[in-house]
Write a protein that binds this ligand. Structure first.
Ligand SMILES: Cc1cc2nc3c(=O)[nH]c(=O)nc-3n(C[C@H](O)[C@H](O)[C@H](O)COP(=O)(O)OP(=O)(O)OC[C@H]3O[C@@H](n4cnc5c(N)ncnc54)[C@H](O)[C@@H]3O)c2cc1C
Length: 401
């Protein structure tokens, strides 16, 4: 939509093909329905891809101040919240979609919904866009230039399902194997069935090649297949990258992240000494979410959950404290795609001009947004990239490069 607006403003006659019944369906789901539209801290470290420097020149020219001006001009009053995240004052993602749709209407962008692009073919004069169903007469697919802004594979139920990669590949572009980022982690553990549905404030770290490659603090949620929640989404990309490289990956979960190891050991020991008659399964009640306790005890070597706490050996108590401090799970994957917010990987940016976003392989083809091998952290960075790259691609497509 931003590409269409920029191209139209630059004087082009614009036709937007959208496979869904409406444009911008994914936008409605962003920021838990509030649309975290950018972040005022656009440190380059928040953006990833095989060429991490690729988005820098565009983001330097189209930073968060540019995004705020763009949306203020459209009618959105931005509000900055904690960690620099920006939302519309309305608190409604739908208002962001409304103003984009209205501006396209004002500019005369021809929006063709329910039109899935099946092929983009190079012709002598430009491109032929083959859509299914075939758009009505007068909305033909012969165009001078194309902006491919088909998104990635994350959350396919909201539109983008990876079909853009096929279009890019058919035009000669290489695709770096996409994997879900900002997604749950799939873990191998016998305890998941017991743990699923349990939420807690903790911390996680990803271990790979003998070291910690990512860590985060915040809410963690155990699911039937692994772990999710904001802290897990934060470290998902690093885990996915290690898995892509064929490495063994572990997730250390800190069920108790706010106590120093010594203090935690003392607290566990104190509880066992204070309540020696209670069954061991009851000793941590009031300290730890009850649903976590049986699995923590078994993981630490307790076989009889009804035995009196006083009979549990000191070494086992030490292991319980250690499990609470750092419980290691093997990571076997990221995703599923349905639960992912963004795609890592995609069209190899080595074949795309970082200033204009024109393909180096096909003149007149421009690429923007998540379809490219650029992804950002959670916090407004992915939409920032979508707006900025969409604007650059649209404007340059209208100018003819
Ligand atoms: C649940 C969720 C919450 C998110 N929250 C945030 C957030 O708060 N802040 C943030 O910065 N990022 C967020 N993101 C990520 C962000 O939404 C995406 O990175 C961004 O929308 C990518 O923009 P895009 O235009 O490249 O692709 P998309 O927004 O995916 O749009 C691509 C469009 O192309 C259409 N399309 C695809 N293939 C075809 C085809 N062959 N023919 C015709 N049409 C086609 C799709 O239907 C879709 O409408 C969230 C993502 C999800 C899933």
């Amino acid at each position: 939509m931003v590409a269409a607006i920029a191209a139209s403003r630059a004087g082009a006659e614009v036709r937007l093909f959208e496979k869904g019944e409406r444009v911008g369906r994914k936008l409605l789901a962003t920021g838990n329905g509030r649309c975290n539209l950018t972040n005022i801290d656009l440190d380059p470290a928040h953006f990833h891809g095989c060429v991490p420097t690729f988005p820098r020149s565009i983001l330097a020219r189209h930073d968060s101040a540019w995004t705020l001006r763009l949306f203020e001009d459209l009618g959105i009053t931005p509000v900055v919240e904690e960690r620099g995240r920006v939302f519309p004052r309305s608190g409604q993602a739908s208002s962001v979609l409304d103003v984009l749709r209205w501006r396209m209407e004002e500019l005369g962008v021809q929006v063709l919904c329910g039109a899935t692009v099946q092929a983009v073919e190079r012709t002598a004069a430009g491109f032929r866009v083959v859509a299914d169903p075939v758009p009505p007469a007068g909305a033909g697919g012969t165009v001078d230039r194309v902006v491919l802004a088909t998104g990635g594979r994350a959350a396919p139920g909201l539109g983008a399902d990876g079909s853009g990669y096929l279009l890019a590949r058919s035009l000669g572009h290489r695709i770096l194997e996409p994997f879900p980022a900002l997604a749950p982690l799939r873990l191998s553990s016998p305890w998941l069935r017991q743990l699923q549905g349990t939420r807690f404030d903790g911390a996680v770290e990803v271990l790979c090649r003998g070291g910690v490659v990512a860590q985060s603090q915040g809410e963690v949620l155990f699911t039937d297949h692994g772990a999710s929640g904001p802290a897990v989404l934060d470290v998902c990309r690093a885990a996915g990258e290690c898995l892509q490289a064929g490495d063994t990956v572990h997730l250390n979960v800190r069920l108790v992240a706010d106590l120093e190891p010594d203090v935690l050991r003392q607290e566990v020991a104190r509880r066992f000494e204070h309540l020696p008659q209670r069954p061991v399964s009851a000793v941590l009640v009031g300290f730890l979410n009850k649903r976590l306790i049986p699995a923590v005890l078994r993981e630490s070597g307790v076989t009889d959950l009804e035995q009196p706490a006083g009979s549990v050996a000191a070494a086992v108590r030490g292991r319980i404290a250690e499990t609470l401090r750092s419980w290691s799970f093997e990571v076997i994957g990221t995703g599923p795609w349905a639960g992912a917010q963004v795609t890592a990987g995609g069209v190899d940016v080595a074949d795309v001009d970082p200033d204009t976003l024109q393909s180096r392989l096909v003149r007149g083809l421009f690429l923007a947004g998540e379809v490219l091998d650029v992804d950002g952290d959670c916090g407004g960075f992915n939409l920032q990239w979508a707006w900025a790259s969409g604007h650059v691609a649209g404007e340059n497509a209208a100018r003819g490069a």
